[in-house]
Design a protein around this ligand. Structure first.
Ligand code: PLP
Length: 391
């Protein structure tokens, strides 16, 4: 079955929906039981979808968890109040003082800060590695290395990793392999077939899809599900059923939204490629993007998020480009229906295992669901302002 078909029916078990189409909001903290027997049964089965206490979730959560687990291809999904909480929840569920973590150099910046600021203080050591390291990862594995963390494509600079090679070497050393899979969403790759143990989504992005909810998911395979679920529960991680409802509503249209984001972004990227100001395109579907061959092999489609590098430019000229756009708004995050633009400076500050040439400015776009011709006209006007400011 194709993923677009699957997302229509996932998580719609009548056990949770009572027959209505989309799982409704079921609000709860306390459950009351009539008998000791019922209470003991719920306690014993609290991790298996029996209502027990609000923090463990209710039908709205169970339905959405089942949906994401099935789409990602794992056995269970833990929910978190943000993508960042899913990352910290997964890492802290498997790392303790004295352990060593291998973290991709192109990780989402707050993930890097978590390692350098919070986890370092807990006595967890991090080594950053080049996203293109491939089989070279084995030289960085130490006796106390416990987790290999990937993010593919990398944040901002979009390098695509050789996930199957990295995962298979990690497993020879019994590491837990975690992947920030947000760019692929749950429909454009098969993380568990590539050897990933825990696949993380910032559901805030394409799953929610409407820029109005923060949420994260971490999906585990059989071997890692119990530990992920229990430790995340111990850290008090839970989500509001209203937010989960919106995420599961967003999920139903993920297939068509992704197709349109991809089509629009490819049109914009192809236009950018012909611009004299542009050095190269960092879109996984373009051969100028590092790891492009892994994109071709491991992903079924792209989406609306990519970057491009300018031949030259300074703060003033890039500012002239990105300010006063009609459709591309300046803001963090991505994955909603709207277009966004970021002029990114200081990439060298958030890279330690690789080098980034900061002389050439990078622009990141999230191409939304507007008509791409309007977006191209918007960028064309932006380049006119850019060239004016460069003079
Ligand atoms: C946005 C993002 C996150 C964090 O998600 P939040 O919900 O904003 O905390 C993590 N990883 C990637 C790749 C992201 O783009």
């Amino acid at each position: 079955m194709k993923k677009e078909t699957q997302i229509i029916s996932v998580g719609r078990d009548k056990k949770w929906t009572k027959g209505v189409i989309n799982p409704p909001v079921f609000r709860a903290s306390t459950m009351v039981f009539d008998t000791m027997k019922e209470m003991r049964f719920a306690t014993k089965n609290r991790a298996k979808g029996e209502m027990f206490y609000g923090r463990r979730g209710g039908p709205t959560h169970f339905a959405f968890q089942a949906a994401i687990a099935e789409l990602e291809g794992g056995v269970g999904t833990a929910l978190y109040p943000s993508g960042s909480a899913a990352i910290s929840g997964a890492l802290l569920s498997f790392l303790k003082s004295g352990d060593h973590l291998l973290m991709v150099d192109t990780a989402y910046e707050p993930t890097r800060d978590l390692c350098d600021k919070l986890m370092a203080g807990f006595g967890i050591e991090t080594t950053y590695y080049d996203p293109m390291i491939g089989a070279g990862i084995s030289a960085l594995i130490k006796p106390n290395t416990k987790v290999l963390f990937l993010e593919s494509p990398g944040s901002i600079t979009m390098e695509i990793q050789d996930v199957p090679t990295l995962a298979s070497i990690a497993h020879q050393h019994e590491l837990v392999v975690m992947l920030d899979n947000t760019w692929a969403s749950p429909i454009n790759s098969r993380p568990f077939d590539m050897g990933v143990d825990i696949s993380i989504q910032a559901a805030t992005k394409y799953i929610v899809g409407h820029s109005d909810v923060m949420m994260g998911t971490a999906t585990a395979n059989e071997a890692h599900w119990d530990q992920l679920r229990e430790n995340s529960y111990l850290m008090g991680q839970c989500t509001s059923p209203d937010d989960v409802y919106l995420a599961s509503r967003g999920l139903r249209t993920l297939g068509v939204r992704m197709q349109q984001h991809e089509r629009n972004a490819l049109k914009v990227a192809n236009w950018l490629k012909s611009r004299p100001e542009v050095d190269h395109i960092r879109h996984p579907a373009f051969d100028t993007c590092p790891g492009h061959a892994f994109f071709e092999r491991d992903f079924t489609a792209a989406n609306g998020l990519f970057s491009f590098v300018l031949k030259e430019g300074d703060l003033a000229s890039v500012t002239a480009l990105v300010e006063n756009m009609q459709h591309f708004k300046m803001g963090f995050s991505w994955g909603g229906f709207e277009s966004l633009i970021l002029g990114v400076f200081g990439i060298d500050r958030i890279r330690t295992a690789t080098q980034w040439d900061s002389c050439k400015p990078l622009i990141r776009l999230h191409v939304g669901l507007e008509n791409p011709d309007d977006l191209i006209a918007d960028l064309e006007a932006g380049f006119a302002r850019f060239n004016q400011a460069l003079k």
